[in-house]
Design a protein around this ligand. Structure first.
Ligand code: ASP
Length: 334
């Protein structure tokens, strides 16, 4: 049913006729100006730690539906908080929109939710193409946001990662960034690659054991490394990834202790990177498998900042997709 994956979407189909962001299914094709505007908007929602979080009624009258059919803690909570902090109504829906769905068809479900004035669908699904399928069938005033699509796309994660890097480094152009671990099955790696390329990062490295590296035709502008020490040498940013067991055959899953011995980011290995290198991880983290606890909690780790930035980024995206479609007042209706 959902033949096309997000990679087939181009920028135009995510923008409305005026060039405003309407859907966010993938970062592929989004230009630097659009991305930078979203990052700037997200930054405006950041507050000092002890201060009350950014709050407004910008989305009053808007209804956001969270449809997550894969487990999620951070993404789901942060989309919900982001919507509530902007004054939206939020519905967490226990339904399936993929071809695994039984009974009611996907389109019937969409129409039912639209009839209850759902304005934004936030969708996470293990099947490629669900977000795009929904986006191509919703009414004009309705937006679709991906909260993670199979191994392909996680656009708000890419944005929050870029925001975190921007907070610590002056500019993207001189940076060397290493994405490390299970790249093959990771939507975080793909969205990270897309956004860092758009932001013109100096050097992008993919660092993975051969079985966890993506195919040769994917992420063509990155340099590939099959030894951790080589890949980390002199980098400014390390993005660690979790082994996506749920997307792998049992026989392909590496033994945890072997993996840590060869691929775990330890304090010792981190010394190969620049001394002010930052360490990122999208979570959930597997301590002592892909990352040592003292590195995850160490002075170079920005993992908690990523979580904070996730709420700000999702607020920015929700504002962006709803602002060009204001809720009509009764008097304005025909
Ligand atoms: N939370 C991220 C994702 O949804 C990373 C992970 O699960 O490993 O892709």
């Amino acid at each position: 049913m959902h033949k096309q994956s997000s990679t087939a979407l181009n920028q135009l189909s995510q923008l409305d006729r005026q060039g405003h962001l309407k859907h966010l299914i993938t970062l592929e094709g989004l230009d630097k100006a659009t991305i930078t505007a979203l990052l700037d908007r997200a930054r405006s929602h950041l507050r000092p730690k002890a201060a009350r979080p950014s709050h407004s009624q910008a989305l009053a009258g808007i209804t956001v539906g969270n449809i997550f059919t894969e487990p999620s803690t951070r993404t789901r909570a942060s989309f919900e908080l982001a919507a509530r902090r902007l004054g939206a109504d939020v519905l967490n829906l226990e339904i399936m929109l993929s071809s695994r769905m039984k009974g009611e068809t996907v389109l019937d479900t969409i129409r039912t939710l639209e009839a209850m004035a759902m304005n934004v669908f936030v969708i996470r699904d293990a099947e490629p193409g669900v977000g795009q399928f929904v986006a191509s069938h919703v009414e004009d005033h309705v937006s679709v946001l991906s909260a993670g699509e199979a191994h392909l796309s996680h656009p708000t994660q890419g944005l929050l990662d870029a925001l975190t890097i921007r907070q610590h480094k002056q500019a993207f152009e001189p940076l060397k960034v290493a994405i490390v671990g299970d790249i093959r099955h990771s939507r975080v790696a793909r969205s990270g690659y897309q956004i860092l390329k758009a932001l013109e990062v100096g050097e992008l490295r993919l660092v993975a054991p051969p079985g966890l590296m993506c195919d040769a035709n994917e992420m063509p502008d990155a340099e590939r490394f099959d030894r951790l020490e080589d890949g980390l040498s002199g980098v400014d940013v390390i993005m660690m990834l979790r082994i996506q067991k749920e997307r792998m055959a049992l026989t392909d899953i590496p033994k945890e202790s072997d993996y840590f011995a060869q691929w775990g980011l330890t304090h010792q290995r981190l010394k190969a990177a620049k001394s002010d290198c930052i360490v990122m991880h999208p979570g959930p983290m597997n301590r002592e498998i892909e990352i040592a606890s003292d590195v995850a909690d160490g002075p170079q780790s920005v993992i908690r900042e990523q979580v904070t930035n996730g709420v700000a980024v999702r607020m920015a995206v929700l504002e962006a997709v709803t602002q060009s479609r204001p809720v009509l007042e009764l008097a304005q209706l025909p």
